[in-house]
Design a protein around this ligand. Structure first.
Ligand SMILES: [Zn+2]
Length: 399
């Protein structure tokens, strides 16, 4: 059996003491200062002298700056905070030069903030115990809400404050994932608004009421915020409220999609979904943002979980009129308005649930393929996950 070594990222909320909150505020400010000053220095050095300097050379300048009276405040912050920000900037520049990212931007006060700490692996025993203890340089013991064990020791800890003022630590550990035993079944899924997911087997997830409620609240808060005078205190308060509700909606949806994707991966060997842009074309403008955010996230989760557990994700990236075609006989209807939830095929007489029928067509498109069934067409359809698609015939398709 094949084992997959993979990096898993964990994110936990934490509650700083007021002293820690003050210290963090200074650290965030210092990291932002180092980032912005170095960025300005870099850009100037390049445009004026055609010279390229790195974050590490700025770090040396920093040591000198600290000896000057106007910059004595720099000494209050642990050096690691500056150095990590500068290292991150070096990485951002490498990504830019490799054309993987845009030119690094200046950091703005009041936006999301983050700093990173390297955990010294020699002294890690006294600073980190999985699910129990985390101590950070200059902050001391962190009151982390450990929701689970990570099964490893992180090398790096990122501390974040989001726009709504919540604090998080993120850590990445390397873990072995055991693939699940191979299966021979397959499923097609349709993503929508009424049900977040409908499968070709007829499973409907619904749209959790608490998520819908949170979304409604968010919309109302957004409307209210937009009516307040720009720059006013009321506006600031309303914007913070929007940020908080936004975070809540995102968390609720993420949690739901996590459970959903794990369930699908456990249950099926091959999972077929439609590509985001295709789905967007098939729908009106109004419903796009909400459902698409869900589909994009679901695809991301399914992609890496398929990789971990040895499953196959097939993404249909061709235009397929999944709602209009009868999944039994292939008869294509001229139109299929969104209001039609159930219909009967005039050709073969099959009764269809709109979404289940669409999900079945997604599965068919994935298995048969409109293209000529070669290895190349499998690639064109975007087979993701490890290994080749095992042979699945119409016989072992659950219908
Ligand atoms: Zn039919």
């Amino acid at each position: 059996m094949l084992y997959v070594m993979t990096m898993i990222a964990y994110k936990f909320r934490f509650y700083p003491t007021s002293a820690q909150e003050q210290a963090l505020c200074k650290m965030f400010g210092a990291a932002r200062w180092a980032w912005n000053t170095c960025l300005a220095w870099r850009s100037a050095a390049y445009t004026l002298d055609g010279e390229s300097v790195s974050g590490m050379s700025f770090s040396k300048e920093l040591t000198w700056l600290k000896t000057l009276e106007p910059f004595s405040w720099l000494k209050e912050i642990p050096t690691v905070v500056y150095n990590q920000a500068l290292r991150d900037q070096d990485k951002a520049f490498s990504a830019f030069f490799a054309k993987r990212a845009r030119y690094p931007k200046f950091r703005r006060k009041g936006g999301p903030e983050s700093i990173r700490f390297q955990l010294n692996q020699r002294t890690v025993m006294s600073n980190f115990r999985d699910g129990e203890l985390l101590k950070l340089h200059g902050l001391g013991k962190i009151d982390v809400c450990w929701s689970r064990k990570m099964g490893g020791v992180p090398k790096m800890v990122t501390v974040r404050r989001d726009a709504s003022g919540r604090y998080f630590v993120s850590m990445t550990v390397e873990t072995v994932v055991d693939p699940l035993p191979q299966k021979t079944n397959a499923v097609g899924i349709d993503v929508g608004l009424k049900d977040i997911v409908v499968t070709s087997d007829g499973m409907k997830t619904g749209n959790p009421r608490h998520l819908r409620k949170a979304e409604k609240k968010l919309k109302r808060a957004q409307r209210q915020a937009s009516r307040k005078v720009k720059g006013s205190n009321r506006r600031k308060k309303a914007v913070l409220k929007v940020a908080k509700l936004h975070a809540k909606v995102a968390d609720t949806r993420a949690d739901f999609l996590h459970k959903l994707s794990t369930g699908l991966i456990r249950e099926y060997q091959i999972i077929a979904i439609e590509d985001l842009s295709i789905k967007g074309m098939a729908r009106g403008r109004l419903s796009r943002s909400v459902a698409d955010a869900g589909l994009g996230e679901l695809r991301r989760l399914l992609t890496y979980k398929a990789e971990w557990y040895g499953r196959n994700l097939v993404v249909i990236d061709r235009w397929e009129p999944t709602s209009k075609v009868c999944s039994e006989c292939g008869h294509k209807m001229d139109s299929m308005p969104l209001t039609v939830r159930e219909w009967t095929c005039p050709e073969c007489g099959s009764d269809h649930d709109r979404d289940v029928n669409a999900a079945r067509n997604v599965l068919t498109a994935a298995m048969v393929g409109r293209t000529k069934g070669s290895a190349q067409s499998a690639k064109a359809r975007g087979v993701e996950g490890s290994g080749a698609v095992p042979p699945v015939t119409a016989r072992n398709q659950p219908r």
